[in-house]
Each structure stands twice: as C-alpha cells, then as structure tokens.
Design a protein around this ligand. Structure first.
Ligand code: GDP
Ligand code: IMO
Ligand code: MG
Length: 421
C-alpha cells in the first residue's frame, strides 16, 4: 500500500519531522512532486537538518528513498545536499533511487524564474526562485530534459538547444546574466549524479507494493499552493494534493491507503498571495518569534495567522484525508485565548464555509470562534490524557468540525516531541 503524507495549508506544516517519525513503519519513502523550493526540517539526537529534494526517510537506514518522476530536480543543489549529509555516514548510493523521468532544473530555469518575478513587479508570486515554474513549464511544453537523458550522447546538444530558447526570453526581458560558473557546476553535478542509482522508479515502487512493503509518499508545499486548487496565481507549479501521488510516482489510485494530512495549530504563508486569517500585527510577530517562522529554504519571515477551517476543510476534501496530524501546538502556549476561523463573510454579506473562486480579489472577512488558551508548557507530555483540558477541548472541537481523527499532536521540533492519540 501507499500511504500519503501531505501539508494541508501553505507549506511548512512540519512534514519533514513527521515523515521522519513515521518512516520506521515504512520500507520506502518517496517524494512525488516539487523540488528544491521545499525545505523539510528534521531534528533528532541534537542534530537539525534541512532537506530540499532528498526524501525525509533518509535518516532511517532501513528505508529506501525515492525521488519520483513528478519531482523537478536541481543537480547542483542535489550535490550540495549529498555533500551536506556526509557527516551522517549514510549509504545513499544504496538507499536512494532517482527516477530517470525526473525533470531537470537547469541554470537558466533559475534565471527565468528571477526574470519573470522581476517583470511582475508588485504582483510577484514571491517564488523561492529555484526555477520550479520554468522547469515544470518546459516539462509540460514537451521540451524539458530528464535525468535519464544525461547519459545520452546528444545530451549536451539538447541542453544547448534549450538554453538557446531560454536566453532568447532572458534577452527579451533585458535580464543580465553570466552562466559560466553555474554551467561548470551543473555539468560537474551531472557527473556526480551518474554515480547514483537512476531507474524507472515506477517499477521499483510497484514491485515494493506487490511484495507487501509499505510506501510513504512525502508531499512538498501544501494543498493551498496546489497549481489547480491553490490561491492561483500565488501557487507553486505542481499538484501538491493527493492526486499528484499517482502521476508523480506511477502508482494506481487503488494502491493508496491512509492519507495523513498535516496542519499547524495556526497558519503561516511565505511569499505573496491571499491569507484571510493573517495577523499582520504584534500578535502575528509574537507567533512568528515563538514558532521560529522563518523559511527553511529562503530564510524569509513567514506570515502568520489564525487557523482557518474553511481552508482546512477544503484541503481535507481534496485529499481524502483519513488522519490528521496537528503541529506546533506548543507555539500557542503563551496565549490566554486562541481563535479559529469557522466561516468567511463575503463582501455581499453572505456567510460561507467554501473557498471563493478568487480569494485574491475577494475581500473575505474571517468569522472567529474564541477558545480559552491552555497557557502552559507541554514539555515532556507524550500521551493524550496528559494534555491540559483547554487543549483537549480544542482538539475535540476540531475533530467534530473536520470529521477526521487527529492522530498525533506535535509539541516541539524534535523527533521525540510528539503525542500519540
Ligand atoms: P516542512 O516544510 O513541512 O517540512 O516544515 P519546515 O521544516 O519548513 O518548517 C517546520 C518548522 O517547525 C521546522 O523548523 C521544524 O523544526 C519546526 N517544528 C516542527 N514541528 C514542530 C512543533 O511541533 N513545534 C515547534 N515549536 N516546532 C516544530
Ligand atoms: P515546503 O515543502 C512554503 C511558496 C513560495 C511562493 C510560492 C511559489 O517546505 O512546505 P515556487 O518556488 O514554487 O515558485 O514558489 O510557493 N512555496 C513554499 N512555501 N513551503 C514550501 O515548501 C514552499 N515551496 C514553495 O514561497 O509563495
Ligand atoms: Mg518547509
């Protein structure tokens, strides 16, 4: 079976931590979409490590980790990530397999990302500028390069042809660049990748499933950044929702088992775009500090706000979530009162639980329900019956509203800081 773990908000829900927590129950962990725009943080035994393209099962040495065909991979960042993992003595030539069908991010994709963002001015997406949009665009336009191509004798020729298309666009935008260094690094990184296990990973995953192994599909970004269902155009360029697992790994829908949906007890968003429950004030700043809400990939300050039920219900619906995991509950310890947005009031006065078609141009007013805060430390708590009554009420309310059980509550960044239901 394939279980799925994915973010239900705007990313950074704590997916890396939970994949690492769940991985001992799985034989395979596989990334199915996204690329180095992701930053998945793991903390264990006093180590803190951020992964970008490599699956978060990598520290569990019995796990096979797969980078699936739905991912866009930057070879330069891949090499840096592997080098950064050197100190852990992992056997990544054995425990990591990369799909030959994975799309390659080439240096000009990053330049294009920057040129497009610059051209958008104030309307910019707030992209991580890792070349994600341009790389997926080339894939869909049927002119991209894939990892399996790098051993082909005409790879350099095809690479140059693609670069020539890109430089025409860059010149059109009057975007200045010097590719010399990046290209040197790029080709060195390709030689480095050739030493890894490149395969048609759809066969690997399906063979694992057939032999009764358990596969965990690790999402990147969050459902509200999905290319189809997110707050378009302020989204990423892949299907971050459960549907992306089938196309991003080559598995059939009837192989999917549990869908773990992960959300923070509040909301964050990094980059531009609508955020109905945003706290653009002192309280928001305090949550940012308490939650150390600064991007794992770009270091940018994350915007913060209250938990948003219309958005969460939407994500649960889109993904068929079977179990919820609530993260960063400890961050709200300092509050006497905690709000949850239950509905939106639209400009014409209508009260709704549905996401409007265009959240960007619709001024929705969140309607809140206020809860008494638990206002105490949760340190050392490992069982649900140890949590304060106010937090138990909060959880019970959410489960009743969301109609999905909350199986885990995370109370700190470390692997051990988790309450099992
Ligand atoms: P991801 O992209 O979904 O993997 O999440 P990120 O790693 O980008 O951001 C989550 C951040 O919160 C990281 O710094 C984690 O170490 C941290 N974190 C995860 N779970 C908890 C938690 O329960 N409490 C606190 N305080 N921090 C957490
Ligand atoms: P993880 O996996 C949070 C956001 C960017 C920007 C938009 C488009 O760590 O949760 P892109 O680089 O894809 O062109 O950016 O999406 N974004 C993320 N926000 N977490 C992420 O990944 C993100 N990946 C992209 O900030 O608003
Ligand atoms: Mg992140």
């Amino acid at each position: 079976m394939v279980d799925i773990l994915l973010g239900l908000q705007w990313g950074d829900e704590g997916k890396g931590k939970i994949v690492d927590v769940l991985a001992p129950d799985y034989q395979v962990v596989a990334r199915f979409q996204g690329g180095p725009n992701a930053g998945h943080t793991l903390e264990f035994n006093g180590n803190k490590h951020v992964l970008h393209q490599i699956p978060s099962g990598v520290f569990r040495t019995d796990c096979l980790n797969i980078i699936g065909n739905g991912v866009v991979l930057d070879p330069i960042i891949f090499k840096k990530e592997i080098d950064g993992l050197g100190k852990y003595n992992l056997d990544l030539k054995k425990n990591l397999v990369i799909s030959k069908k994975t799309a390659i991010i080439i240096p000009t994709h990053r330049l294009l990302d920057a040129a497009y963002e610059k051209a958008k001015g104030d309307a910019k997406i707030g992209s991580t500028l890792k070349g994600i949009g341009p790389a997926y665009s080339d894939k869909v336009a049927r002119q991209g390069l894939r990892l399996g191509d790098i051993i082909s004798p005409n790879f350099t020729e095809r690479y140059k042809a693609l670069v020539a298309k890109h430089t025409q666009i860059l010149d059109f935008h009057h975007f200045e660049y010097d590719l010399t260094e990046a290209e040197k690094e790029f080709f060195a990184a390709l030689e480095f990748i050739k030493e890894f296990d490149l395969q048609d990973t759809e066969y690997v995953v399906n063979a694992s499933i057939k032999s009764g192994q358990k596969v965990l599909a690790e999402g990147a970004q969050g459902s509200l950044l999905d290319i189809d269902f997110g707050s378009y155009p302020f989204v990423t360029s892949s299907n971050t929702t459960a549907a992306g697992v089938c196309s991003g790994l080559g598995v059939a829908p009837n192989t999917v088992g549990e869908v773990y949906g992960i959300f923070k007890a509040y909301c964050t968003r990094v980059g531009s775009g609508p955020f109905p429950t945003e706290l653009d004030n002192e309280l928001g700043e305090k949550i940012r500090q308490e939650g150390r809400e600064f991007g794992a990939t770009t270091g940018r300050a994350r915007r913060t706000g209250w938990l948003d039920l219309p958005a969460l219900k939407y994500s649960i619906m889109l993904n068929g979530v079977t179990q919820l995991i609530m993260m960063k509950v400890d961050v709200l310890n300092f509050l006497d009162e905690v709000n949850i947005c239950t509905h939106y009031r639209l400009p014409d006065g209508t009260i709704t639980e549905q996401m409007p078609f265009d959240l960007t141009d619709t001024d929705v007013e969140p309607i809140y329900k206020t809860f008494k805060g638990w206002a105490c430390s949760l340190e050392g708590m490992r069982k649900f019956d140890e949590i304060p009554a106010e937090l138990a009420d909060y959880v019970t309310y959410l489960e009743a509203e969301l109609q999905v059980p909350i199986s885990f509550i995370s109370t700190g960044p470390d692997r051990e800081e988790i309450i099992l239901r």
